[in-house]
Design a protein around this ligand. Structure first.
Ligand code: GTP
Ligand code: MG
Length: 221
């Protein structure tokens, strides 16, 4: 219940979620919390088991996050989604999100494959911003997966956004995010170009580290 307890009064409900009460909102968010827990367990199992195989753990760190009610309603307004639970459930697929940061680019694809080939994980959408980086330089592999959550009287397929990237990509994305917010989304052109160039540098660093790793350890499976 950590995430819910930490919410600010602004996130509470009567405003952003219209007629819905706090208990309704908590119930709406609950399955996403469970979905995150299910995916989190799968990733922890993979990380621990892969570490035991003795060739190093491809997963550096994992951070789950649940969108706050304020951020859910902000997105709903942005995409012109009515503020009903049914509409938001259908159209906002990143209420539950988990970021998996890996050592090397091939690890990103290995972990994605290991996760999505599990029979209870249903892959809904893949966006490969590593193969095709965004114009600003952003790189990551994004998956929307659905995972079954077993409640007392029903099974709910919960969507979870999984973002996989390397440490270098994560470093870039964190700083870009900060700069973007600092400039209130209106980043000067010269700074945009510098950021895109820095993303290329990060990609080259990834290649270089991967080459070194390959020389020392041979190819990963
Ligand atoms: P959102 O409505 O923002 O969720 O975007 P989307 O539905 O078009 O999905 P997309 O897969 O493009 O992006 C999903 C998430 O990836 C975002 O919410 C961010 O967390 C992250 N992301 C996407 N693009 C960028 C970017 O240019 N910079 C950074 N730092 N993060 C990004
Ligand atoms: Mg998002």
């Amino acid at each position: 219940m950590g995430e819910l307890a930490r919410r600010t009064p602004d996130d509470n409900v009567t405003g952003p979620f219209g007629a819905y009460g706090f208990a309704d909102v908590n119930k709406f968010l609950m399955v996403y919390k469970f979905g995150l827990a299910e995916i989190g367990t799968k990733i922890n199992i993979l990380a621990e088991e892969l570490a035991h195989r003795g060739r190093g753990n491809p997963i550096e760190h994992v951070s789950p996050r649940l969108k706050t009610p304020a951020s859910i309603t902000a997105k709903a307004r942005r995409i012109e989604c009515p503020l009903t639970f049914d509409d938001m459930r259908a159209r906002i697929r990143d209420i539950a999100g988990i970021r998996i940061v890996c050592g090397f680019v091939p690890d990103v694809y290995t972990v994605a494959r290991m996760l999505t080939r599990q029979p209870d994980v249903h892959l809904v959408v893949t966006k490969d911003y590593i193969a095709q980086p965004k114009p600003n330089g952003y790189r990551s592999l994004h998956l929307i997966v659905e995972i079954p959550v077993f409640l007392s009287d029903q099974v709910v397929a919960v969507p979870v956004e999984v973002q996989l990237r390397t440490v270098a990509m994560d470093f870039w994305a964190s700083l870009e995010h900060k700069i973007y917010y600092k400039h209130d989304a209106d980043v000067p052109a010269a700074l945009r170009a510098e950021l895109a160039a820095a993303a290329e540098d990060a990609a080259r660093l990834d290649e270089r580290m991967q080459r070194l790793h390959h020389e020392i350890h041979g190819p990963r499976q």
